[in-house]
Ligand binder design. Structure first.
Ligand SMILES: [Zn+2]
Length: 407
């Protein structure tokens, strides 16, 4: 079944398909439910035992080692951004499904089973924080915390999962020895360098700095200009300063101010509180910290001059995560055997494999994204690159289920 992976990707891309060629499968939505049911149906038909844990993580275990109580996890996520790409997440789940079912169908006794995983709410589009299912699995969050997360309409993740029939009660009953995930790069490094496979060594650090600019509510009409304490104006000034400073910094940075919440949110009331979500990313966490501190110091006096204040709403440091070096070495070796041009590289984005790294050796493999585009309906990875990624996953699974230490 050489094009099994391509056929699977095409089939899942129909679920929640958007006019622009992408998908919309928010966690706990009807479309998420349909994708989950199709995944369970295909995996079961191919010989897997499918279980669902209390936060909706789906485990499809192929008994490649029926007597063993150990397994190699391989998967990603089937949920998407509101206007997401068709390969983001799906490629990881479906390449694992294609490879595991092929290996299982050949028979033979390995040392470990293979469990294909669909992690719940990786994207964090409907429920924040992201990487929810994988983080509950490693014990970073409790199941109660995850199920209690609410969307903007007040629906909890628990209610949403129950609604689509995926609030399970079966924790994985095998011991995972390793984790593996294939994902589209979502950046331009592989494409620009003409390489086919990325073995991710670590992730960039990020500082998520959310600031509330405080002023005072007053009528937007009669209030004298000199008497206004306009939090929206303070936020606008801070956002402008933020971009100018980041551009001028010498360090290699990625940054954004992507979300803003205004209060009282009326066109006729001068904003009394405006909360802005800033993010600063760099390979080194320390650089994110220093750059963010400089930004805070720079805007303080200017915001005061407008009669406004600044409150730190949240200030979260997420240092880069290092992935298992042996997994990187194995990925590069396998790519070489397959005649593929590969490199070790960093990831800027978060992935389930990074969450899993807290609990076990974890490996993340990238294939190129055309123009580095992602979280966009036009996100594209070419068929040859999809197949190359699938071949690397299959070879790594073969290697690791037969290995003594699974690493
Ligand atoms: Zn993804």
């Amino acid at each position: 079944m050489p094009d099994d992976l391509i056929a699977l990707l095409d089939r899942f891309a129909e679920i929640g398909a958007t006019p622009g060629g992408g998908v919309r499968r928010l966690t706990g939505s009807a479309e998420d439910g349909a994708a989950r049911r199709l995944f369970a149906e295909i995996a079961t038909a191919r010989g897997a035992r499918v279980t669902v844990d209390p936060v909706g993580n789906m485990f499809a275990t192929f008994p490649t080692a029926p007597d063993a109580d150990t397994t190699v996890l391989c998967g990603s996520h089937l949920d998407s951004q509101p206007t997401g790409g068709r390969f983001d997440g799906s490629l990881g789940v479906l390449s694992a499904l294609a490879a595991a079912s092929k290996i299982h169908a050949e028979g033979g006794a390995a040392r470990h089973n293979i469990t294909v995983v669909n992690w719940t709410n990786e994207e964090g589009a409907r429920f924040q924080p992201s990487l929810t299912g994988s983080s509950v699995f490693t014990g970073k969050y409790t199941a109660d915390f995850a199920l209690g997360l609410t969307d903007r309409l007040g629906v909890s993740m628990g209610e949403a999962l129950e609604e689509i029939g995926f609030l399970g009660e079966d924790p994985l009953d095998l011991t995972p020895v390793r984790n593996l995930e294939l994902h589209v790069e979502q950046g331009g490094h592989l494409e620009e360098t003409g390489l086919q496979i990325g073995a991710v060594t670590a992730s960039w650090g990020v500082r998520k700095l959310t600031l509330s600019f405080t002023g005072a509510p007053s009528h937007t009409g009669p209030t004298a200009m000199g008497k206004r304490r306009d939090a929206m104006r303070a936020a606008a000034l801070a956002i402008t300063r933020f971009h100018a400073q980041m551009e001028a910094e010498e360090a290699l940075l990625h940054w954004s101010a992507a979300k803003i919440v205004a209060e009282p949110d009326s066109p006729n009331v001068v904003a009394s509180r405006v909360t802005v979500y800033f993010e600063i990313r760099n390979p080194e966490q320390q650089v994110c910290t220093e750059v963010g501190d400089r930004f805070m110091q720079a805007i303080g006096p200017e915001v005061s001059a407008l009669g406004c204040g600044i409150e730190v709403f949240t200030d979260e440091a997420r240092p880069g995560t290092a992935l298992d070096p042996e997994g990187v070495g194995d990925t590069l070796a396998v790519a070489d055997e397959l005649g593929l041009r590969a490199t070790g590289m960093l990831t800027i984005t978060g992935h389930d494999a990074l969450a899993l790294a807290a609990a076990m050796p974890s490996t993340l493999v990238f294939v190129p994204s055309v123009d580095g585009l992602s979280h966009n309906e036009a996100e594209l990875t070419l068929p040859d690159d999809l197949r190359n990624g699938g071949a690397v996953i299959e070879a790594l699974l073969r290697r690791w289920i037969s290995s003594d230490s699974a690493g």
